[in-house]
Design a protein around this ligand. Structure first.
Ligand code: IMP
Ligand code: MG
Length: 185
């Protein structure tokens, strides 16, 4: 594996910008869910860095759970619209106020299918908090209650997002250096 310096093109969103926006989202969520039974559901693995920072800006009591879904495989860049739960939630979500926390929405297929799946378990409410929105790539409509940043149609990584499973630890969001760009398959 190469050092990340070799594959970073531009830093699209730096650490301070992420922190400030996430603090705003946390304040908004804390305000909107005051008096509600907030239950954050994080989609692994990409959502985990965002979740960890977001939850520390939320000032109301809440609980957490995790699920993993496969949509993008290693080496593929295009969502199929078919998802598979590879790790299910531990706790039931019936009658809970569920907020789904996800790293990025692209075509929308992953979130749409995930929402349908969770809706069938009868949560009291179900909304989405997404850090990044590649709005121009959308193929199916998904209601986003909270969104961090609308970003251009470029492959990005860092802050939970991977390049073939690596570099999720970078504290900023970067584009790939031109030599490393692989078009969607
Ligand atoms: P969608 O189903 O097309 O909306 O794809 C959403 C999923 O694709 C996200 O959960 C990410 O795992 C992945 N994804 C989409 N764009 C990127 C990207 O630019 N970098 C890394 N992962 C991405
Ligand atoms: Mg993801």
């Amino acid at each position: 594996m190469q050092d990340y310096h070799e594959i970073v093109g531009d830093i699209l969103i730096d650490e301070d910008t992420l922190k400030n926006r996430i603090t705003e989202l946390g304040a908004q969520i804390s305000h909107d869910y005051r008096g509600h039974d907030l239950h954050l559901v994080c989609i692994l693995r990409g959502g985990v860095v965002f979740l960890a920072d977001l939850m520390r800006t939320i000032t109301i009591p809440h609980t957490l759970d995790f699920m993993a879904i496969s949509s993008y495989g290693v080496g593929t860049r295009k969502s199929t619209g078919q998802i598979r739960i590879t790790m299910d939630l531990i706790t039931a979500i019936q009658d809970r106020d569920v907020l789904l926390v996800e790293d990025i929405i692209d075509s929308g297929y992953t979130l749409k299918a995930t929402l349908e799946l969770l809706k069938a378990r009868h949560p009291k409410s179900l909304h989405v908090c997404v850090l990044l929105d590649k709005a121009e790539r959308r193929e199916v409509e998904v209601p986003l209650r909270y969104c961090g940043f609308v970003i251009p149609d470029k492959y990005i990584f860092g802050y939970g997002l991977d390049v073939d499973e690596y570099y999720r630890n970078l504290p900023f969001i970067a584009t790939l250096a031109p030599d490393h760009y692989k078009p969607p398959e």
